[in-house]
Structure formats: structure tokens, C-alpha cells
Design a protein around this ligand. Sequence first.
Ligand SMILES: [Zn+2]
Ligand SMILES: [Zn+2]
Length: 346
Amino acid sequence: MNPAARALLAPWRRADLWVVARGADATQAGACACCLAPPTHLEPARRGVRAVAVPYCAACRRHVHAERTRWLAIAVAGGLAGASVAWALALAAPWCSAAAIALGAALASALPWWGLGVARPAPGHEVAGAAAWVVADGALACASEAFARRAASDPSRARRWVGVPVRWALSTTTLAVGSALVAHALLTAEVRVLALTGDRLTVWADGRPAAVVDPARGESSAAGVRVRLPTGRILLEARSADGSVVDRAEVIVERGRAHLYAPGDHGRCFWTETAHPSDPAMGAVRRPLEGSGPFHALPEIDIWLAPLPAPAGVRTSGGAVTALRQRPCTDAPVRAPELAPVPAGL
Ligand SMILES: [Zn+2]
Ligand SMILES: [Zn+2]
């Protein structure tokens, strides 16, 4: 391996290791696993339910314990760094995608591993931390070749192995990526954009391109594009293919709600239909959407731009089912804000 790559990997790479097959008794080596001095203590090396007693001298036992503390500190620092960067990015740059925020957080969570992970062994010592530990197949990985050969009942059962301690690094990276996804989900909300003008629309949010939407005039559950936009007040602008502005509106994107943006066509009406499939006799209730203009914060929608299915065809736990519907206003059943009950079975 070239020196630059070796230096980059240094914190991740324990050493060239020697592996003693599962079942070996490390105490029979009669030597400290690090410096080969007469052992004074046995330290358990654990993985899952498997534990192996590893002999150490007093000095080496101290650096084994110190390493555990150091690694815990690195893992905590990595987790905090990743979670902090995730929230800072999501707050300061709400336009970043979830993937970009997750990548930033993952890189931040890895930094302490480079900053703190390099520890040189003292003179006469093989390693600066633990000198033997249990690996995936239950075998014992040893930093010292001489110790591995002594611990193996048959020296030929000790084989060379390169170990990379990724488990703790993965746990902090997972925490960082999880924080990024949670932060992004909490600080943005879904907006479904429809192009009802018969023209392909480009939607800009606060001057940034947010979506390109193909036209779909009819009621179709596949119509439109879903985007996530930062919560709060934003300026939406829709332009047609020739660049002319079809709609411009300052809107409020609400946390935890889905929204509808249908710019340009003022002759189109939207409403919701809610039914209780477990009790068809109650009938469906139609409601116009909250607010006026092309932007609406929506109630919980189960069925997008399609009729409610017939009661017999719905599998439900008993809760209400709500569909979002649209039609030309001249043909829409609901335009006024009052409730309009529908006979059962429609
Ligand atoms: Zn020792
Ligand atoms: Zn040592």
C-alpha cells in the first residue's frame, strides 16, 4: 500500500493482525498479549456471547482500559458532531436535499475518528490499545504474531489478517444520517404540484428551481410532481415553457402537512371526500379545500385525485378514508364552504 493511503487509513486499521482459530486458550501463551512480559491480569475480550480471557501485564492492562475510554469519547464526539451538523445544515440550508444533509452529517461524524483515532504504541509495546479481541467467526485476532503463535495450540493455526474497526464508526455514522433524515423531514413539508394549464410548468420557490411538471388536466392519481419545500413563508412562481409567469404567490408551507399547488387554472375546483368504509350507511362527506387561490394546505389524504373506492373494495382498520378530488368548477359538486352530505353508496 502506498504511504499516503496508509496514512489516511491509519485510524481505521489496527495493524496487520494474526488470527487464532476459535477455541484456542489464550492463557496457555503464558505471556502478555502486547509485550510478551509475564502476565499479571486476565482481561475479557467479548463479542456477543463469546468471551475469551486475554492475559496482560499491569502496564499493558492500563493502555487497554485507556483505549476503551478513548474510543467511547471518539464515538460520542462523532455522534454529537454528526447530529449537530445535520441540524445546522437543515436549519441554515433548508434547500439542501436530504441526501446532501446526510452526507455532510456522515462526514462530520467521521472527523473525530481521524483526529483522535491515531495512537502510537509506546516503545516495547505492540499496540496502544487492546492487543487481542474476538472477530466475527469467534476467532481471536492478535496484534502480536509471537503471541498468536503461542496462543494457538498448533502455530500453523495462526494466520495473517487485516482488521478494520468499523463497528463503532458505523454506529456514529448511522446516528448522523438518522439525525439528518429526521431534521430534513421536520423542517420541510411535501407540496404536490399540478400543471393544469395544458402546458409544461417550471416551478420556482424563493428564486430556486423546485420542480418541472408535465401537464395533466384530468383527474389522475399519477398527475403532478411531489417536492419537499422548507416550512414557513416562501414565494412560489410557476412559469410556462416559453418563460412567461403563470402564477406568483407568497404562501405558507406548514410543518407536518401536505400541500397542493395548482397554478394557472382558476376554473378548476378541488374538494375532499371522506367516508367511513366500516359504516357505509354514514355516507361520504364532501368539503372544499381550505384557503383560496392555487395553494392549499391539505388534511390527511389517503387517495390522491381519484374517487373513493366502493365500500366493499376497501380494506380498513375502521378509520375514515379521505380522497382528494378535482373537476372543472362548473361541474364540481362542492364550491361553497358548507358541508355537503352525499347519500350512501355514491
Ligand atoms: Zn505487557
Ligand atoms: Zn502494551
